[in-house]
Write a protein that binds this ligand. Structure first.
Ligand code: GLU
Length: 515
């Protein structure tokens, strides 16, 4: 019988989720939705030493922001396989480790951390490396070398122990990876990984496989860094006798540095000035803040689209996909094998494309929310924070920005009076004629009985014509007087939005400063 597709995202709460992790979650979600399957979130927190407070909440918040919604799991309303946090499942794993010990596939090992460290050091000194494996296990302190009585005595004594998986001495492990094809590994290259510790906690490998089995996972879709663990996982399925229900594997390509080779890291983001996390993260131990895409002004739709096409692409040229389109078109077969170079500039392009799809009023709402959150903008005059005003600002600036908040950097003159004037224009174009034009224009504006919004241009042209001057030569000077800058939004529309009082005040101020 065909099994219902069930996939999982299984992060460890060891810090903020990297964009690579978000992509893994997204691919799982897309695949499940497309196949009419289930997608669950499981928190893998067996390594308590690496637990970071706040990380679990961060993961949940990041998934929610990005509209990646598991239908089972922590933060999304549990499901039939609760609990979904491995630390809360602790008592369940003992039974499985006991099965492996009974069947001879695992054994107790009593070597202390110091003893193993000494062996490692020794091997290093001899330019080799130490591994706990078929060669070495016979000369170490474990239930293979000890008698049953000795072993039981140690256990009764409460001696520190671990349970290790007994890798077979000969043979190969074969696995079919949907992305990478056939993967064949010689068992002799594997070591006897720890599965269980004396504090009653399983390690990642055991808990991960047992939970995938119990939660009826059909496809394991995860990052390439887990590929080296996959042969051990296959051997675990074999040892448990679960081969019939072993999930299919799909190991996703790495995200690579924008420049050079190697895996994309937080350091690359810091060095080149782009976030590698979906949301801002404050390190609970150091207080250090790492920036996130959300806080940088990215829309969740743009972010999801951007990460989806890092490593996957359907046929054709299309680059923009809504979530529904991605659900329809996604396929694991079209996930690339090679790592995907991360391009921070392209992320801005994605945001711009999504910004273009929004209406002026939607953009104005985002801008308004942004202003509210920024204490430095509390001084902006109330009328210039109103949605009708912001709507026109957005209309005038939308084609020029990647992010709505960029409007402040590119066009501060909508909100603040210019205090200085672009020197490159002034030095070239401010002369007696320019002064005369601005002076006369100012007078005309002041004496016009009725100044309609479309009069600014006509009046400027008429002013120049009366003075026998070409208006085209003075438009930039007018722009600088009004905005302080040499480029920006359509000038006469900007003036119309600011209104006559502000326009007159700015021209007076400019004349004062420049003459
Ligand atoms: N807990 C692992 C992680 O943090 C999960 C790996 C897997 O999906 O099997 O990425």
């Amino acid at each position: 019988m065909e099994r219902k597709v069930r996939v999982r995202f299984a992060p460890s709460p060891t810090g903020p989720l990297h964009i690579g992790g978000m992509r893994t979650a997204l691919y799982n979600y897309l695949f499940a939705r497309q196949q009419g399957g289930d997608f669950l979130l499981r928190i893998e927190d067996t390594d308590q030493g690496r637990f970071v407070p706040g990380a679990e909440d961060y993961i949940i918040e990041a998934l929610k922001w990005c509209n990646i919604s598991p239908n089972e799991g922590i933060g999304f309303g549990d499901g039939p396989h609760a609990p979904y946090r491995q630390s809360a499942r602790k008592i369940m794993y003992r039974e499985y480790v006991d099965k492996l010990i009974e069947s001879g596939n695992a054994y107790y090992a009593f070597d202390t951390a110091e003893e193993l460290e000494a062996l490692r050091k020794n091997a290093e000194a001899n330019k080799s490396s130490f591994a706990y494996n078929a060669n070495t296990r016979k000369s170490l302190i474990n239930s293979i070398t000890l008698t049953t009585e000795e072993c039981e005595k140690k256990l009764k004594n409460g001696d520190h122990f671990v349970v290790r998986f007994k890798i077979p001495e000969l043979g190969q492990v074969m696995l079919k990876d949907i992305v990478r094809g056939d993967v064949v590994v010689e068992v002799s290259s594997l070591d006897d990984k720890v599965l269980f510790k004396s504090d009653g906690m399983p390690t990642y490998h055991l808990a991960n496989v047992v939970d995938d089995y119990l939660m009826q996972i059909t496809h394991v879709i995860r990052g390439e860094e887990w590929l080296p663990s996959a042969p051990l996982h296959v051997l675990l399925y074999r040892s448990f006798g679960w081969e019939q229900v072993m999930p299919q594997f799909a190991h996703l390509p790495l995200l690579l540095k924008p420049d050079g080779n190697g895996k994309l890291s937080k350091r690359d983001g810091d060095r080149l000035g782009f976030p590698v996390f979906p949301l801002n993260w404050t390190d609970p131990f150091t207080g250090e803040v790492s920036s996130g895409y959300r806080e940088r002004g990215y829309s969740p739709e743009a972010f999801a689209n951007m990460i989806a096409v890092l490593g996957w692409h359907p046929t054709g040229e299309q680059e923009l996909f809504s979530m529904d389109e991605m659900i329809k078109q996604f396929s694991l077969e079209r996930v690339h094998k090679a790592g995907a170079k991360f391009d921070p500039e392209k992320t801005k392009w994605f945001n711009q494309q999504y910004l273009k799809k929004q209406t002026d009023i939607e953009l104005a709402q985002s801008l308004s929310q942004y202003i509210e959150k920024q204490p430095k903008y509390s001084c902006i005059e109330e009328s210039r924070k109103e949605l009708v005003f912001l709507e026109t600002v957005c209309k005038l600036m939308r084609e020029k920005v990647h992010f709505v908040h960029e409007i402040f950097d590119m066009a501060p003159y909508f909100f603040f009076e210019p205090q200085s004037y672009d020197e490159s224009v002034i030095s070239k174009k401010w002369n007696d004629d320019a002064e005369k034009v601005i002076q006369t224009y100012l007078q005309s504006l002041q004496t016009e009985t009725e100044v309609k919004s479309n009069r600014y241009e006509e009046l400027f042209k008429a002013t120049c014509a009366d003075l026998n001057l070409k208006d085209g030569q003075f438009v930039q000077i007018l722009r600088v007087c009004i905005t302080g800058m040499s480029g920006g939004a359509a000038l006469y529309d900007t003036m119309a939005l600011l209104g006559n009082d502000i326009v007159i005040a700015r021209l007076k101020f400019a004349l004062n400063k420049l003459s």
